[in-house]
Design a protein around this ligand. Structure first.
Ligand SMILES: [Zn+2]
Length: 181
């Protein structure tokens, strides 16, 4: 047997170190999170995406129902983007998740750095990673931003969060041709 290995990469830092666009995206996700409909989990999630072609922001929150077949925030944000623009590529996605009782303040002072291992960074659920990848148009460098419990921000390419990918290209679908300008 041969060993095959890849390197995973993520960055962790302060909110104020981010670009204006990254800060706007996280703020939009924080605002969307406040709309969460989550009486069953009590877990509020907000997400925001920037569209690559139009530079527009699209947001989503989690929407639960009693049949437990709800919508996750990341899925909701992407669906909103597609509803407005048709099939289109994500440039970047931010999501924020915490119990309903937690007030997320992005500008808050970071008191202690705790994220020293890759596994500690923010990562969407497996189902959302698959759905996000659908609208990355085969670009593994699309960035996913999140906030750690201590207030630091993590930034990682989808290629590191979903290193081995089953995607539209596997079935011969080329969204670059399907996307509407
Ligand atoms: Zn999810």
């Amino acid at each position: 047997m041969r060993t095959l290995e890849i390197t995973l990469r993520a960055e962790v830092g302060l909110f104020r170190e981010l670009s204006r666009l990254e800060q706007d995206l996280l703020r939009a996700a924080a605002e969307a999170r406040l709309q969460a409909q989550a009486p069953y989990s009590g877990y509020w999630v907000g997400a925001a995406v920037v569209n690559a072609a139009h530079d527009t922001l699209h947001v989503g929150c989690n929407v639960e129902n009693v049949a437990y077949c709800g919508i996750h925030a990341e899925d909701n944000a992407i669906t909103n983007m597609v509803c407005q623009l048709g099939p289109s590529k994500i440039q970047m996605l931010a999501f924020l998740a915490a119990s309903a009782s937690v007030e997320i303040n992005l500008e808050t002072q970071v008191y202690e750095s705790v994220a020293n291992r890759f596994e500690q960074i923010g990562c969407p659920c497996g189902q959302c990673l698959q759905k996000i990848w659908e609208n990355c148009f085969n670009d593994p460098t699309v960035m996913i931003l999140s906030r750690l419990p201590n207030g630091e921000i993590s930034r990682a390419p989808i290629g590191s969060l979903l290193p081995v990918r089953f995607g539209p290209e596997t079935l011969g679908i080329d969204y670059a041709k399907l996307a509407r300008k």
